[in-house]
Structure formats: structure tokens, C-alpha cells
Design a protein around this ligand. Structure first.
Ligand code: FHN
Length: 593
């Protein structure tokens, strides 16, 4: 087990890595740098596509795609574009791969068709990743036109195809890391003549000229997505930012340019936040586990998962950038296309859920799905219908004008609703299974005014409710965002409560719709057999022991009773167990039947 420290991508919060079963050898935390953003971009013209589009395609494609996660018969199980570094392939061997890289099946128009069918509004592609290989025509010889039999400029083809189809287009460029250029971040520290290579030399000879090339030779760009600034000095970042502003005034810069100079915040890799987040921001995510093509990686997100993460991101106030990794021949893997297009067909029927949609006034996802908004209208996206087909909402203060199921053909089927204390129940009981089947249903709730919500965590009477630790009030313990890698580069993120002091507590304020018995479960990790105590404001309590494992696991703790409906608190404390190694991720309540 390896302990690592991980710098948060949020400016205000820091988080640490704790023991995880499959931590990778190298933490990328130091590479992300200052993730804050410059103010003033939110209302700008260049933010329009980002603000209203809410969904884009990311593409990781390079020499590493030709290897597809395998080197000399051995597989590297981790994000494929890191194969050179993680398998310690020499510069000479790696650069020689270019001779065999011939992606003759690359079809820019087909990729654009997929992005459009998926409902995406722009494409951002790796023009040069950390490996140092330019996927565009560059004066630097290590590029796809000069160093491969392919000898075409696929970036030009893709930029043209995007423009033709009315999609936004942008480039990813690894500005600090360059593993094959002398002086580049994590690159050779000697020049071929044996002299010392410096970062400034790499910057002047390769990085700056190449950024100039991508910014001047490919028409208007909507994005320039720099990545992993690491310890890059501010003056160099400033020069790049100035260059982009001069040559591409309508391009949005992501925060990973470093030193707080981006237009919008890019969260941690593969992170969809649990809580609404202010400002312009993006979640970048993968369709499987690796960004670039890996022969073994079949862990595809299906259409429903894609939609859930997309709606979840928009519902938290952000934009979703979803990656595909074409293989060495230039083909986007078929399962990725299939699920993206299926999700796109759903979006085509319910565009208002995604485009120009605002965040959920509840500030979090709900047990049955999620919510996006359009002014006074709420789009309730039901991913899991409760058995009784009743959709509960807690704390909605604005009166409802109408409720209706929006069918795939655009018709509205009126629904009844009932007010039950602070709760509203929308009655879907008369709907047929055909009407509630599909990837997700959309209930349109028109309100008599702007949505006003007392966003307490609701304990729903008909579905299980999970309450993450991020929503707890913590006293005498530490609430921390942490991240870890499962496979190398496959990030997971969580906010947990740990470092328990004597009498330390985590308390959730909840709104219970219906009094009664609920199964309580705790999701935590730890060592040995921790004992937890749980107490409600009504004096109901539970104390129990369960196993502790090094990864988060959900354990049942007993049945908790709420004698009355309404506002309550649930307080959890660690009675026995290692206060440093035991950390709580969430509690869950499910109605006992
Ligand atoms: O190291 C890269 C990684 O390969 C990939 O490109 C991701 C995409 O967000 N960015 C870096 C790690 O954060």
C-alpha cells in the first residue's frame, strides 16, 4: 500500500491520498498546479459555446494509440498515453514507433458525424501529448506528417470537418511535459551533443513555436486545452496565454494552463462533483478507463451511464467533456460510438435537459435521478423509477403550475401531484411501463415563479437515499476531499470524514417524508473491526461493529426509526477503531418493508 499526497484541482480545497489497494507508482498531483481561474470570462462571448453547449468530445490520439497499451508483448494496464513513461521505453525506441504509425482509417468526417450524433457541440483533440509527438504538421520534425508513412495532417482534416459541420474545435497541448524533447518536463536533461538541456530551451525551440502553429494554422479555435503545468514558471505560462489571446481571441483556456490564468476550471480527471459548483467549469471523463486506446479496455460506460454523468454535470452547473481514444489505425472503438450515439438519440428528444440548461436548485443529485432547469421550469430526469412510480421532492417552496411527462415524441402527458408537508409527490402511478421505460424519463415541472428550494437532504420513503459525507456537518474530525488512482491514471474522487478525535461526529440534517423504519448502512474503510454509534435527534440510536477494509465498502448497521416525519439529524461517531485509518464516505437509508 502506498500513501500519496494529492493537490486538489479546486483552488480552495486540498485533499490527501490515503491507503488504497491499487495505487499507482506515480502520483500526477504535482503536475496539475494552480487550478484557479481568472475572473471575467463567464459572461464573455468566447464562453458562449461552453456555457450553452454543455457537452463536448475529447480525443486522445497519438503514437501511444499505435501501441494500444502493449509494448514488446507486455500489457500496461493504465491510461494508455502514459505507456512510454510507465514501461520505461527509451526515447529512441519510442520515437522509432512513428515509422510504423499509419492510421489509414482515420476519417475526420466520420468522427464529426459521431460527435454530432452524440449531441456534442465541440471537439478537443490532443495535438501533442506528454510523449512529445505532434499530431499536426510542425516545423519540429517529430510529427505525423514528416515522421510517419501516413504523411497527412489529421488535425487539419478534423478542424475543417468540425467547421463544415458547425462544431466548435479546440486543441489539447501538453505545454510542460514533453518526454522526448530535451529540456521538456520529465524529458531528457541532456541535448544530443551532451550539453545540459533547459526548460527554457524546450520552451523557445519547441513549445512556443508549436503553440503558435496550432493557433495560426487551423482556423478559429474554440478551446486551447493546456494540461499538467507542473512547476512551469509563470512567465512562460503568461507568454502562452498572450499568444493564445492575440491569435485566438475566441478560444477558451482551461485552468490547467496554470497560475490561475484559465477562463474556466477543469475539475479532477473523471470527476463529476456531488455538489453544485460555482463559475465556469468542466468535468472531463472517459468512455472507458483509459483516455487513449488500450487493447484490453472494454469497461465502457453504457448510454445510461453517459447520460447520468452528463445530466449530473449539467445539474451541478458544469460542462461535460467526454473522451474517446481512436486506435492506431485511427478508428474510434465501436462500443464507444454505439453508446455515445444511443445517448445522443435520447438528447435529441430532450435537448432542453442539456443545452442552455441551468443547475439544480437542490444542489445535488436525488435518489431517483437529477434535475436541470430552464428559468421557471424544472427538468426532472428520472433514471430509476421507484416501484410506486412516485417522484418525491423535498423543500420546494415555489408553487407548481403544472407537471407532465414529456414523451420522446414531444407530447406532454399531464401528471398529478400532492403536497405532503414540506414534500411534493408527483404521481406517475398511472404511467405504463412503455412510458417509463427507456434510458431516462423527463418530467417537466412548471413553477409559478423562480425555483426556491430549502435544499435539505431528503429521506425518500420509496427509494434508498445515499447521503455523502460532503453534506455532513463535522465536529472533532476532518472532512477532506481525496483522490486516488485505481489503475494508473484512473482517478476516483471522494469527500470523506476521518481523523476522528475523541467524541468527533459527522451529522446529517435530513428531511424525512414518512415516519417509520429505515435500514441504515455506512460506507467506510478502515482496519480491523470498527464500532460505530449512530444517534438521531429523537434519541433513536444504533451501535454496531462491522469489518473494515482498505477500500470503501458498504455495511448494514441496523434499523433506525423516525417516530415523526420532518426535519431530523443523524449523528455518526467512531466508538472503536483506528481513528486515523477509518474514514466514512456516506450513510444510506432505505425504507424497511
Ligand atoms: O496526464 C494527463 C493524462 O494523460 C490525460 O491527458 C488527462 C486528461 O485530463 N490529463 C493528464 C492528467 O490529468
Amino acid at each position: 500500500m502506498i500513501f500519496k499526497t494529492h493537490t486538489s484541482l479546486f483552488a480552495l480545497l486540498s485533499f490527501c491520498l490515503f491507503a488504497q489497494p491499487a495505487l499507482a507508482e506515480e502520483s500526477m498531483d504535482k503536475m496539475w498546479g494552480d487550478n484557479s481561474v481568472a475572473s471575467g470570462s463567464e459572461g464573455s462571448e468566447r464562453a458562449a459555446l461552453f456555457r450553452d453547449g454543455n457537452y463536448g468530445m475529447f480525443i486522445h490520439w497519438g503514437l501511444y494509440s499505435h501501441l494500444g497499451g502493449q509494448w514488446q508483448g507486455e500489457t500496461f494496464y493504465g491510461i494508455g498515453e502514459w505507456i512510454k513513461r510507465q514501461m520505461k521505453i527509451s526515447d529512441a525506441d519510442y520515437m522509432a514507433i512513428a515509422k510504423d504509425f499509419n492510421p489509414i482509417e482515420f476519417d475526420a468526417e466520420a468522427i464529426v458525424r459521431t460527435a454530432k450524433a452524440a449531441g456534442m457541440k465541440y471537439i478537443i483533440i490532443t495535438s501533442k501529448h506528454h510523449e512529445g509527438f505532434a499530431m499536426f504538421d510542425s516545423a519540429h520534425p517529430f510529427n505525423i506528417v514528416d515522421a510517419t508513412p501516413f504523411a497527412r495532417d489529421p488535425m487539419k482534416e478534423l478542424a475543417d470537418a468540425c467547421r463544415e459541420a458547425g462544431l466548435g474545435f479546440g486543441f489539447y497541448y501538453s505545454h510542460f511535459q514533453d518526454w522526448t524533447a530535451p529540456g521538456g518536463g520529465r524529458g531528457p536533461n541532456k541535448n544530443p551533443d551532451g550539453s545540459q538541456a533547459t526548460f527554457e530551451q524546450y520552451f523557445r525551440e519547441k513549445c512556443y513555436p508549436q503553440v503558435k502553429e496550432i493557433c495560426t494554422n487551423y482556423g478559429p479555435l474554440s478551446f486551447v486545452w493546456f494540461d499538467t503545468p507542473g512547476p512551469m514558471p509563470k512567465e512562460f505560462v503568461s507568454e502562452l496565454v498572450d499568444l493564445v489571446r492575440e491569435t485566438q481571441p475566441n478560444a477558451m483556456l482551461c485552468s490547467r494552463v496554470g497560475h490561475g490564468m484559465g477562463d474556466y476550471e477543469s475539475l479532477g480527471d473523471m470527476e463529476v462533483p456531488l455538489q453544485n459548483h460555482e463559475g465556469l467549469w468542466e468535468s472531463c471523463d472517459t468512455t472507458n478507463d483509459s483516455w487513449s486506446y488500450a487493447w484490453y479496455d472494454q469497461n465502457w460506460k453504457d448510454a445510461k451511464t453517459i447520460l447520468h454523468r452528463l445530466v449530473g454535470t449539467v445539474g451541478r452547473g458544469g460542462t461535460y467533456l467526454l473522451n474517446v481514444g481512436p486506435d492506431g489505425k485511427g478508428r474510434v472503438p465501436a462500443p464507444a460510438i454505439k453508446y455515445l450515439v444511443e445517448a445522443g438519440q435520447w438528447i435529441e428528444k430532450y435537448p432542453e435537459v442539456i443545452y442552455s440548461a441551468g443547475s439544480s436548485p437542490w444542489g445535488m443529485s436525488l435518489p431517483w435521478g437529477d434535475i436541470t432547469t430552464q428559468g421557471d421550469r424544472l427538468n426532472l430526469v428520472v433514471f430509476e423509477w421507484p416501484q410506486d412510480q412516485r417522484i418525491y421532492l423535498s423543500g420546494l417552496e415555489t408553487p407548481i403550475e403544472s407537471a407532465a411527462l414529456r414523451t420522446g415524441s414531444g407530447e406532454l402527458m399531464p401528471l398529478q401531484w400532492t403536497q405532503q408537508g414540506t414534500w411534493v409527490a408527483i404521481e406517475g402511478g398511472a404511467l405504463t411501463t412503455v412510458q417509463t421505460s427507456g434510458l431516462a424519463s423527463v418530467i417537466e415541472l412548471k413553477l409559478k415563479g423562480a425555483p426556491s428550494v430549502v435544499a435539505t437532504l431528503g429521506v425518500h420513503p420509496n427509494v434508498a437515499t445515499v447521503m455523502p459525507a460532503i453534506f455532513a456537518r463535522v465536529d472533532g474530525a476532518t472532512q477532506k476531499r481525496i483522490g486516488w488512482m485505481e489503475k494508473f491514471g484512473e482517478w476516483k474522487h471522494v469527500t470523506q470524514v476521518g481523523e476522528w478525535k475523541d467524541g468527533g461526529t459527522a451529522t446529517w440534517e435530513v428531511d424525512v417524508a414518512v415516519a417509520g423504519d429505515y435500514h441504515l448502512e455506512l460506507t467506510y474503510r478502515g482496519e480491523g473491526r470498527p464500532v460505530w454509534a449512530i444517534e438521531t435527534d429523537e434519541g433513536q440510536s444504533l451501535q454496531n461493529q462491522q469489518a473494515g477494509t482498505s477500500g470503501y465498502h458498504t455495511y448494514p448497521f441496523g434499523i433506525l426509526n423516525f417516530a415523526t416525519p420532518g426535519k431530523h439529524s443523524i449523528t455518526v461517531s467512531l466508538v472503536e477503531g483506528d481513528p486515523e485509518l477509518t474514514s466514512l464516505k456516506s450513510i444510506g437509508l432505505a425504507p424497511a418493508r
